[in-house]
Ligand binder design. Sequence first.
Ligand SMILES: Nc1ncnc2c1ncn2[C@@H]1O[C@H](COP(=O)(O)OP(=O)(O)OP(=O)(O)O)[C@@H](O)[C@H]1O
Ligand SMILES: [Mg+2]
Length: 343
Amino acid sequence: MTATAEAAPIRSLAAARLDRCEMAGAAGSAGEPIVTAKITAPEVPDWAVERPRITKLIAQGARWCPLTVLTGLPGAGKTIALAWWAAAAPGAVAWISLDDHDNRPGVFWFYVIAALRESGVAVPKSLSAGPLSRASDPVFLLQLASVLAAADPPVTLVLDDLHLLTDPKLLDGLDYVLRNTGPGLRLVVSSRTDPLLPLNRYRLAGQLAEIGADDLALSTAEVGQVLARHGIALPAGSLEFLARRTEGWAAGARLAALCVGTHPRPASPAAPDQAAMLLVDQLTEREREVLRYYSRPFSRAEVASEMHLSVNTVKSHLKSIYRKLAATCRGEAVRRARQLDLI
Ligand SMILES: Nc1ncnc2c1ncn2[C@@H]1O[C@H](COP(=O)(O)OP(=O)(O)OP(=O)(O)O)[C@@H](O)[C@H]1O
Ligand SMILES: [Mg+2]
């Protein structure tokens, strides 16, 4: 991870150089600088929790389908899941961490060839000696497809952050190469949104493995493991609350763990859990007051009358309270609020 951050200036220099090559129609030969961090699978951080369920889904996809797509919001855990899988993948894995600069055929294919070579595929020199601006040339794509079709053992190409690629020529070329390589190439991609590849065609042909937000969401037990890596243990109820509150969002669970790690631990087990507290937007004074009435056997109309409010105002306070406490009914909202010492 640190290596990637440190490589950033080099990356922009290389991208700038590639830009110039492309504009000038110069050769993207083997002499061009390659940012190795971009074609190296990131190391799995030591605090990361192993997720065998996801690793298995990726492995099955890569084994049986030409195309495997992991889709999820930022921070859903796509890159870390891919890195876990890649670290133990049985065959050759070529990796590209995409960035905005790669959204041009010349730059993209330049890195594809570099990554394939890095993974052990013998890509002939003639394929990298052509002008970068001709990288969408059907002849180039056909030659690459035929090299990959003969790849033995087959190679899996990982494209991390494929949502950054939108150039139609580039994506058509990628689809073309994938369609024409047979089992020699497997494509495994991560993307924040559905990648702009003809997914329906792959889906209908049974050639697409899809790993979505629901698959990537951390289970309650996995949220517990993320916290445990930071030496934090929550009671079952609070852990469940945190998992629900974060909706299994990996980055959220870890943020909670980091926040708690930098705050003093609760003085007693009865004190509210700070991990949960940190994720709860503070209830306003008025909302707490509504909740206090609501914790007694008052109807909404009675709460409204006691507080000199309209029933509609009480309703909108309750809606906001339910949202903030991730509650679905009165009993749950009151219980949560008591658990968190809010009333
Ligand atoms: N297995 C895991 N164990 C612990 N924390 C994790 C795990 N997976 C993800 N996280 C947490 O979530 C953060 C985001 O993970 P990751 O970079 O894999 O998300 P992403 O889906 O690739 O996001 P983006 O779309 O921004 O690239 C990590 O920095 C980490 O804090
Ligand atoms: Mg990522």
